[in-house]
Design a protein around this ligand. Structure first.
Ligand SMILES: [Zn+2]
Length: 239
């Protein structure tokens, strides 16, 4: 994650489904930078958002969103957008909301596993229909994993707020368990974004989350794979 020159509205209010924006630049006729955006750029295990950018009667499909040289770039399906254009952005909200629920669910599972077994997350990949989750664990025990899923599901039925905010880097890194990824260390920025599941977990994170665990739903185990001590793998999906 780099410092971002585009105002990333989705990291402040993850529930924005539409917004206005101005086109700042267009590269190769289809990579569009806006002054502000509700689209999430792929990163940190979370896929990019999709949706549309609308100018007057022209509708441009957003097929990919990435971060390049500190700018959020929206790849659109056809040419025509020009710098200075006033546009309206509309998210594919159904997809994004699923990813928000999955991302929060993954944090809960990571936190429970980390507290209970000391496991660190070695990889994770959120997809629209399932989540893949890798962690380090001395002994692979499917029954134990299932227990943690039950624990997580019990929490998803309860009223637990989720908050996100920035903290000075030094202060953030003093929080125990703030980094649960085995290899990815937070970006070298003066302020770190923290996602807090109140009473349960605080993690340095640049993703989008739901506001309350009540919104997550139920987590279902799809399958487990044993890829060695540092890659115990679990796939789950949400109802
Ligand atoms: Zn995360």
């Amino acid at each position: 994650m780099n410092a971002c020159m585009t105002n990333a509205l989705c990291l402040v209010d993850s529930y924005l489904k539409e917004s206005e924006a101005t086109v700042v630049s267009v590269k190769d006729e289809k990579y569009v930078v806006l002054d502000q955006t509700i689209f999430y750029a792929k990163g940190g295990g979370q896929p990019n958002d999709t949706g549309v950018i609308i100018r007057g009667k022209d509708v441009y499909k957003v097929v990919y969103v990435g971060k390049f040289s500190g700018e959020i770039s929206h790849e659109v399906d056809h040419v025509g957008l020009k710098p200075g254009d006033r546009v309206k952005c509309v998210l594919n909200w159904e997809r994004r909301y699923k990813l928000m629920r999955s991302h929060t669910a993954a944090h809960v599972l990571a936190s429970l596993l980390n507290k209970g077994t000391g496991a660190l997350i070695t990889g994770n990949q959120l997809k629209e229909d399932h989540v893949r989750f890798d962690f380090s664990l001395e002994k692979f025990d499917k029954a134990l994993l299932e227990e943690y899923l039950v624990k997580a599901n019990n929490l998803f039925g309860t009223d637990v707020p989720v908050k996100w905010y920035e903290l000075p880097r030094k202060e953030a890194l003093e929080i125990p368990g703030i980094v649960k990824m085995a290899e990815a260390f937070p970006p070298n920025l003066p302020m770190l974004r923290v996602v807090e599941i109140v009473g349960l977990d605080r993690q340095a994170d640049g993703g989008t989350h739901v506001r309350n665990l009540k919104e997550v739903g139920k987590m279902k185990l799809v399958k487990t794979e044993n890829k060695g001590k540092n890659n115990r793998r679990i796939y789950f999906k949400l109802d």
